[in-house]
Design a protein around this ligand. Structure first.
Ligand code: ZN
Length: 385
């Protein structure tokens, strides 16, 4: 029996088990052989019956390496860039983040922080913390700075009015430790506001999006379990909202006391039914791919976590899917971890003779359709899942 990392309740058996999955979804390999030999780990996804937290009880924090070569940049996609713009506009115009000292925890390449600092008339300054950051130390005339380290209690000397943390907490096996570290850094700033973004496990489970379960995401939250984690770490949640086609949760909180949300809601029941449908869903995908392949070569669109996970689930030996398209030039010419599918630019579809393209994320459907129109040849397969 495993205790829930959030509420310490004893948890039920896993609702979803995958014995051997690639550890990294966003670390494409230099050769197909290297991709097939990528490090692997075990998924045993559990839903806490007491608080609704969903986690991989078999997760080994020593396995993931978010160092050089790790590339989860999504800013190459117009749809994702529009999402970042909308979030920045929300923060500046609806939430009044102006003249603020902003800290971003896990800033990646700093794309979002740069938007907040450069927003016309906002007059913000920003410091991005990320051990994997590899750009210049400062930008925008010194208003934007970067620190190649983790943000925690030893960073209380970096004043913050606003802390932003996007797509980090789902990678952390002990989310309370992360939240308490942020809370510790804000001990002299009781008026600070924190904004977090993370996938919504209620959306994943309700839609049975089986390729949204992968090794890097060891901790998955619903609105209630996320607010509960913040309450346990000494934050009062002001708001949680669904963003990016409801796939993500956006939470705003402040240091303070808050009542603990009670119960797991419908998460345990949704988890049970999602786990029970995995085999049938994979069989349906196999049949669907076979139907497409009978008419010509097939490519997946998107070598991010979703595409890499689906490729590993439905075509582990790279026998059915011809290739995986990605618009990120740093991924092109490399190979999908686990399977060894080639990652190619859109322009390669015609030369490879691909007939059908399967989009991995319906949020990107329109931009993919537009790109395919310009290329001629390959068609978008109908998204009916
Ligand atoms: Zn729990």
């Amino acid at each position: 029996m495993t205790a829930c990392p959030l509420c310490a309740a004893a948890t039920p058996p896993p609702f979803l088990v995958r014995p051997s999955v690639p550890v990294h979804q966003n670390l494409p390999a230099a050769t197909a052989a290297e991709a097939q030999a990528a490090p692997r780990g075990r998924l045993e996804m559990v839903a806490c019956g007491a608080c609704g937290f969903v986690f991989n009880r078999a997760f080994d924090p020593a396995l993931p390496r978010y160092g050089p070569g790790y590339d989860n940049a999504q800013g190459h996609s117009p749809a994702f860039a529009a999402h970042l713009d909308a979030l920045a506009r929300h923060l500046v115009e609806q939430r009044g983040v102006r003249g603020a000292r902003i800290v971003e925890v896990g800033c990646g390449r700093g794309d979002f922080l740069a938007r907040l600092v450069a927003w016309p008339g906002a007059d913000n300054r920003g410091t991005g913390f990320d051990p994997a950051y590899d750009g210049p130390d400062e930008a925008l005339g010194g208003r934007l700075r970067f620190a190649r380290r983790l943000y925690g209690p030893d960073c209380a000397d970096v004043p913050a009015d606003v802390v932003v943390c996007r797509h980090v907490i789902e990678h952390v096996a002990d989310p309370l430790a992360l939240l308490r570290a942020v809370r510790g850094a804000l001990r002299g700033a009781p008026g600070a506001r924190v904004f977090f973004e993370t996938p919504d496990v209620a959306w994943i489970l309700a839609n049975a999006v089986i390729w949204d379960f992968f090794y890097e995401h060891c901790s998955l939250f619903s609105p209630a379990s996320l607010a509960g984690a913040f309450a346990r770490a000494g934050f009062a949640t002001a708001e949680t909202r669904a963003v990016f086609d409801r796939q993500y949760l956006w939470l705003e909180a402040r240091p303070g006391d808050a009542p603990m949300p009670h119960g797991a809601g419908d998460i345990p029941a949704l988890a049970t039914s999602c786990g029970a449908t995995e085999a049938a869903r994979l069989a349906a995908w196999g049949a669907r791919l076979a139907g497409l392949v009978a008419r010509g070569k097939v490519a997946l669109w998107g070598a991010g976590a979703k595409g890499v996970t689906l490729a590993n689930l439905v075509d582990p030996d790279a026998k059915t899917i011809d290739c995986v398209v990605d618009i990120n030039p740093d991924k092109q010419g490399r190979f999908v971890p686990g399977t060894g599918h080639a990652i190619v630019p859109p322009s390669a579809l015609a030369t490879r003779g691909v007939r059908h393209v399967v989009p991995m994320n319906p949020a990107y459907r329109h931009e993919i359709a537009d790109l395919l129109l310009g290329l001629g040849g390959a068609q978008l397969a109908e998204w009916d899942d």
